[in-house]
Design a protein around this ligand. Sequence first.
Ligand SMILES: [Zn+2]
Length: 322
Amino acid sequence: MVDLHVDTPWKVHFKGRSLDLVEGHATPKTLGAGGYRGIVYPIYLADYLNDGHPRIADADAVLATIRKLVARHDILAWAPGQPGYTGPLSPGTIGVFVAIEGAGAFADDITQIDRFIAAGVRLVGPVHAANNALATSATGKPSPNRHAKPAGLTPLGRTFCERVYAAGALIDVSHMSTAAFADLEPIAQKYRAPIVATHSNAHALAKHPRNLSDRQLRVIAATGGVAGLNVYRPFVSRGKKVSLRDVVAQVRHMVKVAGVEHVAIGSDYDGGTPVRALRDASRWPRLVAALRDKGFSDADLRKIFAENALRVLAWKPAASRP
Ligand SMILES: [Zn+2]
């Protein structure tokens, strides 16, 4: 089990949760029971930090918290490719990867992203819930001029995305607007980079602006990327009762449209409210069993639950061409 998005650092850094992780969806106990071998911890920077101006120093502070979590818990270790990696992970150990969710602070000085990527950041989401100086958000305010072409990546945002790819990390489109996603496509192509949506589902089954259209799912597949299944209820279904059956429907749709090589898991545990049947990180065997009932093979399940995520996490840019 490899999970592309678990918000525990946010809970610990900003919401007062103890570093001991005795509460929440993703504790050492639930992660162990859920068979976790890899986890992506985002450095999440809220749009409202410092009166709407999150700063690069905030990212340093959250990274320090993630390091404390890894140091505190025997079950956590640095994943292969991360600077703290010390050799093959022993069985039952979970490899930690770092990401950034909401990189608006880096508009102050985009060169600073280099040292975060050198410090292990593998995925960078330029934007969170509100538009910023890099990109418009899936949930951002539309332009007051409704005749204007929808804004996507700003010129600085384009340069930023290029810089992230050149430095060897990937852009996470999960919170990006449709226009920003479209603006990213030629940039990703230029760097032969897989487009990754760490925690977004299919819009066809749940009309949430954070979810992906079938076209976007196909683009992600064409780049070799992945979409990570989010189990936060409003992203699974817009119905009143959201059940495991709806999660299964999401996986089947995403696999039908993108292909089994391009669907992964990005739970959003410790961020949103998960579907009851998957209410904490120990519950994945239920989804595995439900998918097996629908005809998914062990090979398919290994791809969805681990291999696809590991493939994109291991991405490196092609050697620079003349
Ligand atoms: Zn998110």
